[in-house]
Ligand binder design. Structure first.
Ligand code: NAP
Length: 462
């Protein structure tokens, strides 16, 4: 007699790789399906929550509150957490296939895009991805060398990540001390000499990527003025037409216009917004960054309808000692999983992974989040995205398209990890670490004091 996959006698066994927002949203959606499902969520780091813990800015605690929803999912009896387990190293993709009926890859976009200009590899030319991970206490970035002894920093790009990193540089140590910023970063930022932060856009003010709340915040910084040059706010005809009726973009422009009007009020730091400039060279002297050479751009509508930046052959040099390129995240490949290197995503059709060699769907393998669609949208965008992928899986299950795993025994994976000496961290253990961080934070008037290093986290568990 064959036992039906998804029945009480043979629950569907799902593995999710990556415990960020899309991993938790996929888990929640799977556990809501009207079939018996068990979910094992694997995470390379000890701590779950991905970008909510290691990406969202420490002064945006309201966004981090979403972690409570993830905890509710993790409390389900058919959910297990395996932190500190790297797929591809501790367990292979083939082994997952052996033990799970379905696998969801929700690993996010862990790398960053580059500018491709001379001097990009000089010390203190960093990606915003690295800088964000450093101040958020990501264990792999604790020792990042960040020199804040210079007086000016340049942030390249005008998305919300650019706003985050600029704001962290623009805030006082007293303001940052109330957040859960990593202690090593707070210490370094307390000694910062940076007074001028330039946010540089290659296109114009009608093509910014930041959202209203983020640009609004720039006008309310305690120790920094937002500076905008009036003449850089003039819109060309194509840009005006492109944003007609776009209330969000109009609002962004209103804020920028207001900052241009107010100008400098004498606060000790300044956040300058500069438009139509592309870095062409990061200039170093004796191994240290001293300035960035920029080419002035003009905007040209392209055949695709986009408005693109094009160099004019006129240049400007901005003195600065720290460069943060905030030009977008990029996915990285996983061993044994198809990867579209051009777009930095796992190729998929509505969440079903597609083989690059055959062009066919790989049965039982799915993807959700940034590694599915690219690094766009806010945390909540990952919820419908994950639900869509889970719906595809459910459809496949109903159509009998899921080959059952040969070895579905739930004890097999913990046994395999133990045999290999992999110290995996369970949900109960994570909650002990979490409680210690929150208790330490309470004593210091902060949301939490992050434990950064793996060894220190494991030491809490004894
Ligand atoms: P993003 O929104 O895609 O912004 C990337 C920026 O980099 C754009 O301004 C882009 O300009 C610029 N850029 C790209 N290539 C460039 C180049 N070669 N030279 C100069 N500039 C270049 O990406 P992000 O800021 O990394 O954010 C990723 C996602 O996370 C976004 O969806 C964002 O909203 C979200 N996020 C949200 C929050 C929040 O809700 N508070 C916080 C952080 C991040 P072009 O437009 O000209 O390409």
């Amino acid at each position: 007699m064959t036992v039906e996959l998804g029945s009480a006698a043979r629950p569907l066994r799902a593995a999710i790789v990556g415990a960020g927002p899309s991993g938790f949203y996929a888990a929640a959606a799977l556990l809501k399906e009207p079939v018996a499902v068990t979910v094992d969520l694997f995470e390379r780091l000890i701590a779950p929550h991905g970008l909510v813990r290691y990406g969202v800015a420490p002064d945006h605690q309201n966004i981090k509150a979403v972690a409570k929803t993830y905890d509710r999912t993790a409390a389900e009896p058919t959910f297990r957490y395996f932190g500190n387990v790297e797929i591809g190293k501790d367990i292979t993709h083939d082994e997952l296939k052996q033990h799970y009926d379905v696998i969801f890859y929700t690993v996010g976009a862990q790398s960053d895009r580059r500018l491709g200009v001379p001097g990009e590899d000089l010390p203190n030319s960093l990606s915003a991805t690295e800088f964000v991970a450093w101040y958020n206490g990501h264990p792999d970035f604790k020792d990042l060398q960040v020199d804040l002894s210079c007086e000016a920093a340049i942030v390249v790009g005008v998305g919300n990540v650019a706003m985050d990193v600029a704001r962290i540089l623009a805030k006082s140590v007293e303001e940052l001390a109330e957040t859960d910023i990593a202690d090593h970063a707070l210490e370094a930022l307390a000694k910062s000499n940076i007074k001028d932060i330039y946010i540089v856009a290659r296109r114009g003010p009608a093509q910014v990527k930041f959202t209203n709340a983020e640009i609004r915040e720039m006008g309310h910084l305690k120790i920094a003025d937002a500076i905008v040059l009036d003449n850089e706010l003039r819109l060309d005809r194509a840009s005006s037409a492109a944003i007609e009726g776009d209330t969000s973009m109009q609002k962004n422009l209103d804020y920028l216009r207001a900052y241009a009007e107010i100008g400098a009020t004498g606060k000790p730091r300044r956040v300058h917004f500069r438009f139509l400039l592309s870095p062409v060279e990061i200039i170093g002297e004796n191994g240290k960054i001293v300035a960035v050479k920029m080419e002035r751009n003009e905007l040209r509508p392209s055949v695709s309808g986009d408005i693109k930046a094009s160099g004019t052959g006129h240049f400007e040099t901005i003195p600065a000692g720290l460069i943060l390129r905030s030009v977008g995240y990029k996915g990285t490949p996983l061993p044994g999983v198809p990867f579209d290197a051009r777009n930095g995503v796992i190729p998929n059709e509505v969440g079903r992974i597609v083989s690059l060699e055959t062009g066919k769907i790989v049965p039982g393998e799915y993807v959700a989040g940034w590694i599915k669609r690219g690094p766009t949208g806010v945390i909540g965008t990952n919820k419908p995205d994950a639900i869509e992928s889970v719906n595809s899986m459910f459809e496949d299950l109903q159509k009998g398209k899921l080959p059952p795993a040969p070895e579905p025994d739930p004890d097999a994976i913990p046994a395999l990890l133990k045999a290999r000496g992999v110290r995996y961290v369970t949900q109960e253990e994570w909650k002990i670490i979490d409680a210690k961080e929150v208790a330490d934070g309470k004593a210091r008037g902060k949301p939490r004091v992050k434990i950064v290093e793996r060894e220190a986290m494991l030491a809490v568990l004894g």
